[in-house]
Design a protein around this ligand. Sequence first.
Ligand code: COA
Length: 224
Amino acid sequence: MPTSTENSHARRHQTEAFPTASRTSPNPASKNGDSSPPRDLFDTPDEDESAGTAHAPAPVVRHASSAAPTVRCPVLSDGAQMWRLARDSGELDVNTPYAYALLARDFADTCRVATIDDEPVGFVIGYRRPESAATLFVWQIAVDPAFRGRNIAGLLLDGLVRDLPDVTTVETTVTESNASSRRLFGKFADRHGADLAESPLFAADDFPDSHDAEPLLTISGLGR
Ligand SMILES: CC(C)(COP(=O)(O)OP(=O)(O)OC[C@H]1O[C@@H](n2cnc3c(N)ncnc32)[C@H](O)[C@@H]1OP(=O)(O)O)[C@@H](O)C(=O)NCCC(=O)NCCS
């Protein structure tokens, strides 16, 4: 799935197809054992934290709750938070807020949000391929950085395919350098006893901007 080039360039050294990824950033949840009350979930940064980014949208700083995540279909009003999660992901090409609202409304069947204390902390957006309804294309998946490393993305993918029993194949594209995402889809394939194959799809020069190639991952033979 499209990811921002600046970040993926920074991580380009990780070129093994399915590396045993080390954690590229600490997990505040496990590191701090933080059990902050829910009201701290969406603290906005103070002036010092925002210094130097006066013209950039300030990322929302969240403190991880230890509450268990819930996975559900999105509703239109989730679109704004899905957009924020994409914006703050550090990896994804950010679509318009309109696009996330549209997906939440019209493609809720093939999208999911993960909530903690009723607040979205992760999302997956996808669609059935028009020429092959049994193939689910996963367009974007993201988890709030404060909640990464807790298998929330895995829960999103598992919840999605559990609710779509006729889907036998999952496709996505992942840049070579996105080790976390490759681990995610590798583990997902393993959990479902599926085959995972990689093939070229989008070359860098298929994109009008500076963008890494996006090889296709095909996960077929999904078991439930
Ligand atoms: C990819 C992503 C959705 C995974 O979400 P997640 O809920 O953390 O998934 P998991 O807990 O299963 O962890 C997957 C891998 O991420 C890495 N990881 C673990 N903790 C992490 C952390 N705190 N920060 C960053 N990466 C971490 C590890 O490689 C982990 O694999 P492992 O558990 O086998 O070591 C998340 O890292 C993310 O939102 N990334 C930015 C957006 C993105 O790249 N999306 C995919 C585009 S193709």
